[in-house]
Design a protein around this ligand. Structure first.
Ligand SMILES: Cc1ncc(COP(=O)(O)O)c(C=O)c1O
Length: 725
């Protein structure tokens, strides 16, 4: 890195402040917390618009005090608190330290504060006592909407305004909305006392708790009358009274030296706000058309300490960071990105991924915004950023909303999911994905193929494995408890296997599903995979099969699947997916599936005799099947009680065409046509997958990519290692 010319943070304590401090020090004052602290607290309260303020040694301590005051004041109905995904670690850390149950919320796409829709879902689901919000980087949040939710759900609001003082919303200062609000006076923040923090509140009960908690738990910092009442209540004599501890407190005090600086800083506030707001405005004008940036609600004043922006993707951010560093401009990630992706969080609760917070995490960066920077400086910094992504911005992409959001895993909140047959072909890919997304997964599987799948997930504390049979009512009843979703994959799959043991097939493929429907709570959601083989042979004169095409299953396997689908749709609160022929590698591999089988033979035998070679089928990659399940979970309410075909719309191919596709990658492959057999399901159809595509689902893995994957995977797999029968 070149020598830094533009630092991300600068001291707001200037030469004049230091000179004045020296003069004051020459009067040899007492430096610990005393009258200047009280004067500073009073001045801050008046400035921010709150009755009381408590000065402490950092913004983090201010947050700690807010949480502790909640506990001490005895107002909590439970210890649940909603916390933001975008903020600072010490916005959340006290929740963990004090044994709260923190529930993480997605970031708002405009202000990057709490996503209000997700917040309301969490409020309905968890009924928490409190919500802690962050006013992100001096861009005020949508406070009318947030306060309306507070009114509706009756939670206590903690407002972390640590990096946002000076901002205001509808003429009201940020830091005056919460039942308690914190401010940070760290170096480089809007104003500074070297280190320092403040909690402000209108509530005397909270204020008393804050004062005691800040200083050891004693009462002598309280208002005189309040302290006297305590002395009286506990029958304490005068000699003891200064050193009686009413609560187990901390020592989080600051000093009069810091207060001296703080008092002077408040006097500069108007100028500092104006400078930062102007700079922010110039950045916004120069960069706002090309980068996704925070949008403040109407009638608000922004007071940012850095200007935050999102690149198109991580690679573009890398380019920008490199250019900034080469030009001596300091940069860093956007605050802490998504706090749900930090070890302090995921080691306890699993990773939390949210589309917006993840985007901020993976693409966000900061630019300097200090009061000393003038318009020329901002123009220079902006030009470095713009030059580094010149290729992109010469395209007519002038609307940041057109910048595609990167495809990160999207989870709203952790769900409890039961997957039966979770160690099978699909389950072995689905379960790790669900765990990756932060869900709690219980797998019931009898491991009938002795498969080692899921071994690589056993370290995950969110995974439960129950070895057992889906016909076992007690087992199912036990593991249904508390689940949000049920994904019943356990099945004797395929016509030959069902014909081998028709009684087991009926009990596993149909009766066990009916048992789940009987045992589940009505609010428990089901997503069930059917096979599109139920369409059988396409009717003459029709060009494709869609979900309205009557099902006409021929084999026992097809009939049982169709009956199970019917039972689920009739029971309600379910979605069924009619899967095309699945292909691709899974730890519990299946070599009997058409594409998997053909590629295996093309590679190992180099030769196939095709029967019914012009019969057409539709195909889908196993990872797209998993994405389809996730899509259904994410959009359950709008998709429910319907069935959807899931296949690659550009892969309705006959067996002959499939062989031709394989030959493109394995040129030595030879295939001949002969009437040496027939498909028991008589599958010959073109499938329309338009219904699910219209809901926003799009498969990602092409047939050619799947063939390449299989060719690679078959270097690992040996014949007969994976068969169903
Ligand atoms: C949102 C937020 N909360 C809390 C803090 C912690 O403040 P401090 O550094 O004074 O402990 C910060 C620090 O930047 C912050 O940005």
């Amino acid at each position: 890195m070149k020598e830094i010319k533009y630092h991300l943070a600068e001291d707001t304590i200037d030469k004049n402040d230091i000179d004045q401090l020296i003069e004051w020090l020459k009067t040899y004052p007492r430096l610990t917390k005393a009258d200047l602290t009280l004067a500073f607290e009073k001045k801050w309260s008046d400035w921010v618009g709150k009755k009381y303020s408590v000065f402490c040694n950092s913004g983090s301590s201010a947050n700690l005090l807010m949480y502790y005051a909640l506990l001490l004041s005895g107002v909590l109905k439970n210890k649940k608190i909603i916390v933001p995904s975008v903020g600072w670690v010490t916005t959340i850390a006290p929740a963990i330290q004090f044994g709260f149950e923190p529930i993480m919320c997605e970031a708002d796409k405009d202000t990057f504060g709490l996503d209000l829709k997700h917040l309301e879902e969490l409020l309905q689901k968890h009924n928490p006592s409190a919500v802690i919000m962050v006013q992100v980087l001096g861009v005020p949040h949508k406070m009318d909407e947030l306060m309306a939710l507070k009114e509706k759900y009756g939670f206590i609001l903690l407002e972390d305004a640590c990096a946002a003082m000076g901002a205001s919303y509808h003429g009201k200062r940020v830091g005056s909305f919460g039942d308690m609000s914190s401010a940070s006076l760290y170096f480089g923040h809007q104003i500074s006392t070297i280190e320092g923090g403040l909690v402000s509140t209108d509530n005397k009960i909270f204020n008393d708790a804050l004062l005691m908690a800040r200083s050891h738990g004693w009462g002598k910092d309280l208002e005189k009358e309040t302290h006297s009442q305590l002395i009286k209540k506990y029958g304490i004599d005068d000699f003891h009274s200064p050193f009686v501890f009413y609560e187990p407190g901390f020592n989080l005090r600051s000093t009069d030296l810091n207060a001296f600086l703080g008092i002077r800083q408040i006097d500069k506030m108007d100028w500092l706000i104006k400078r930062r707001e102007e700079n922010h405005g110039i950045y916004k004008k120069l960069l706002g058309d090309y980068f996704y940036i925070q949008q403040a609600p109407a009638d608000s004043v922004i007071c940012s300490i850095h200007f935050g922006a999102l690149a198109k993707d991580t690679e573009e951010r890398r380019k920008i960071v490199k250019a900034l560093e080469e030009n001596g401009i300091e940069t860093r990630i956007f605050s802490a990105g998504n706090l749900g992706l930090h070890p302090f969080w995921y080691n306890r609760y699993g990773k939390m991924s949210f589309p917006m917070a993840d985007q901020i995490h993976h693409t966000g960066f900061f630019l300097p915004n200090s009061p000393s920077l003038n318009p020329k400086d901002i123009e220079f910094i902006s030009s470095v950023v713009l030059d580094s992504v010149k290729e992109r911005i010469t395209f007519p992409l002038h609307n940041p909303s057109l910048i595609p959001m990167a495809q990160f895993a999207s989870v709203k909140n952790p769900l409890k999911i039961l997957v039966t047959g979770g160690a099978g072909y699909i389950g072995s890919i689905l379960v790790p994905e669900l765990l990756k997304q932060g869900h709690e997964v219980t797998v019931i599987d009898n491991f009938m193929y002795n498969q080692p799948s899921l071994l690589d997930c056993c370290h995950h504390k969110n995974l439960t494995i129950a070895r057992g049979d889906v016909r076992d009512e007690k087992l199912i009843a036990k593991h249904l408890q508390g689940k949000d979703f049920i994904i019943p994959l356990a099945c004797l799959v395929g016509a030959p296997l069902c014909d081998k043991d028709p009684i087991a097939a009926r009990n596993i493929n149909l009766e066990a599903i009916k048992m789940i429907l009987r045992l589940r709570e009505p609010n428990q959601k089901i997503i069930f995979p059917n096979t599109n083989s139920g369409y059988g042979r396409q009717q003459e004169g029709t060009s494709f099969c869609d979900e309205n095409t009557p099902l006409d299953p021929i084999t026992l396997y097809g009939q049982l699947k169709v009956e199970a689908e019917k039972a689920i749709l009739e029971s309600g609160n379910g979605i069924t997916l009619r899967l095309a022929t699945v292909f691709g590698i899974s730890p519990r591999m299946r070599l009997d599936l058409l594409v998997n089988d053909f590629v295996y033979r093309a590679l190992n035998d180099r030769f196939i005799i095709l029967f019914e070679s012009h019969f057409k089928r539709n195909y889908i990659h196993i990872r797209d099947v998993v994405s389809a399940f996730v899509h259904c979970m994410d959009n359950f309410e709008s998709l429910k009680n319907q069935t959807y075909n899931v296949g690659l719309s550009d892969a309705n191919l006959s067996k002959l065409e499939l062989c031709q596709e394989i030959k493109k990658q394995l040129p030595s492959f030879v295939f001949l046509e002969s009437s040496v057999g027939e498909d028991p399901d008589k599958r010959d159809y073109v499938i329309s997958n338009e219904k699910i595509e219209k809901t926003g689902f799009k498969p990602q893995v092409s047939l050619q990519e799947g063939i390449a994957e299989l060719i690679k995977g078959y270097q690992v797999i040996k014949k007969n290692q994976f068969t169903n029968i």
